[in-house]
Design a protein around this ligand. Structure first.
Ligand code: ADP
Ligand code: MG
Length: 457
């Protein structure tokens, strides 16, 4: 009688099983979902899609790599249905050009059985092709705010028909860098429209900013904001200085079998360049690329595509690649520096462990960065497990200047926590490592030389 058992079990199971059928999408969209091989909606899709389809403003918060893009694209495609007129009816904004391009490709995939027209607008490249696409007429635009506003001000674009606005990486779009542009845009687009905001992080102060233009948004939180993806294993390594960070990075990357697709994040463009140059000397140059805001746009796009295609093993990047980028099978994210914008930690490590795959995030930190890492641990409500340094890492001495810079940073951190703090402790320590007298000897007692000592503070 196995069949009857099977039937019986079946009755228990499907009650809460989400199913794409439940959304009553049209057949062109169902076909696209099938072609992409999506079996069932992810939790954020399950919750946000019905609300968006019903016309609500939605604020969707869910971990990295859980399908937020389709959660806003599918309702838009369902709402717009067919190509119509010349003016865009949906606008999606993203913080980086690479992400805008990626969202536009997702629209391409999901709309491929419809006649809906879409394009992507971003800076750093000529405007000719973009203007042509606008003039040909289209339904959906994905854009970075700067280029969008330039084209608008040059009258290549009108927002009269716009009925849906999406802010992907919404907290980033509402930060100081972008909010002035967003406010300008809000003044020129129709007030009567649907707003969809998505991110894995949504700090309280950003939520308040969103009240400027959302009236009664439906808040959909799959997990508390800033929860890291469960699929990412996190570890941290305390390191005395830059040289030792490089040594550990090099050791890891030598193991190409395990570290088969890696993103190395650095705090600044300069650090990205330095790490890249160093690695090029040590490894096969063909398997490494670097991207940051000072690289020309085509180089950035090519690097990202080569990395996504698996032609390049190691991508060194600033936070320009932290948000939204969806490369499959990233084995490791390595935070060469601790991010100072704490939310970026969640986004950086979310480049691995996407769509139910697993991945590892490794964070290097010096004594001067420990302060920031502790803030990050508070944000993500977990302590990142510390790993002892593996055998074979060469531990370098901390040069005087670096030790002093770290001491100064630590003083500043203490002052931030306690304005009365005078900084005497570290000044004294730093003066102990006077370079001319004893360049290395006191190194161990010097600030930043031994993160192991930090527990005492
Ligand atoms: P997020 O924006 O939440 O970080 P993405 O929208 O970039 O995540 O999606 C991550 C990956 O998961 C993408 O490669 C996407 O194609 C895939 N994906 C999205 N929805 C589903 C689904 N329902 N089933 C399987 N894979 C999905
Ligand atoms: Mg996303």
């Amino acid at each position: 009688m196995p069949n009857r058992f099977a039937l019986k079990n079946y009755n228990y199971l499907p009650v809460n099983m989400p199913n794409f059928e439940d959304f009553k999408l049209n057949k062109q969209l169902m076909q696209a979902i099938e072609a992409l091989g999506y079996q069932e909606p992810s939790p954020i899709q399950e919750k946000a899609i019905p609300l968006a389809l019903a016309g609500h403003d939605v604020m969707g918060v869910a971990q990295t790599g859980t399908g937020k893009t389709a959660a806003f694209v599918l309702p838009i495609l369902m709402k717009l249905r067919y190509a119509q007129g010349f003016l865009p009816r949906a606008l999606i904004l993203a913080p980086t050009r690479e992400l805008a391009i990626q969202i536009d490709s997702a629209i391409e995939e999901l709309s491929k059985f419809t006649d809906l027209r879409h394009t992507v607008l971003y800076g750093g490249v000529g405007t000719k092709a973009q203007i042509e696409a606008l003039e040909a007429g289209l339904d959906i635009i994905t854009a970075t705010p700067g280029r969008l506003m330039d084209l608008y001000l040059d009258e290549h674009l009108m927002f009269k028909e716009l009925n849906t606005l999406v802010l992907d990486e919404a907290d980033k779009m509402m930060d100081m860098g972008f909010m002035p542009q967003i406010r300008k845009l809000l003044e020129v687009i129709p007030v009567k429209r649907q707003n969809l905001l998505f991110s894995a992080t949504m700090p309280e102060k950003v939520l308040r900013l969103s009240e400027e233009f959302l009236e009664y948004p439906m808040m959909v939180e799959v997990s508390p904001q800033s929860t890291t993806a469960e699929t990412v294993t996190q570890v941290k390594y305390a390191l005395p200085n830059l040289r030792t960070k490089i040594a550990l990075l090099e050791l890891f990357l030598q193991n190409a079998e395990e570290f088969y697709r890696v993103i190395v994040f650095t705090r600044s463009r300069q650090n990205a360049n330095n790490v890249y140059k160093y690695l090029c000397r040590k490894t096969n140059e063909e398997e490494i690329r670097v991207i940051h805001a000072n690289k020309d746009q085509n180089t950035r796009i090519n690097a990202m595509e080569a990395f996504k295609a698996g032609d390049v093993r190691i991508l060194v990047s600033t936070d320009v690649a932290a948000r939204g980028i969806d490369a499959s099978m990233v084995s490791h994210v390595i935070n060469f520096d601790v991010p100072i914008l704490y939310e970026e930690y969640v986004h950086r490590i979310g480049r691995t462990g996407r769509a139910k795959q697993s991945g590892t995030a490794i964070t290097f930190y010096t004594e001067a960065e420990e302060y920031h890492l502790q803030k990050i641990e508070k944000l993500i409500s977990m302590e990142i497990p510390e790993q002892p340094l593996p055998d074979g890492v060469e531990i370098h001495k901390t040069p005087f200047e670096e030790a002093q810079a770290m001491a100064r940073e630590i003083d500043n951190q203490k002052r931030r926590e306690n304005p009365d703090f005078k900084g005497a402790f570290h000044e004294k320590k730093a003066s102990n490592i006077a370079p001319k007298r004893k360049p290395n000897k006191n190194q161990k007692s010097g600030t930043g030389a031994s993160p192991k000592k930090k527990k005492k503070r």
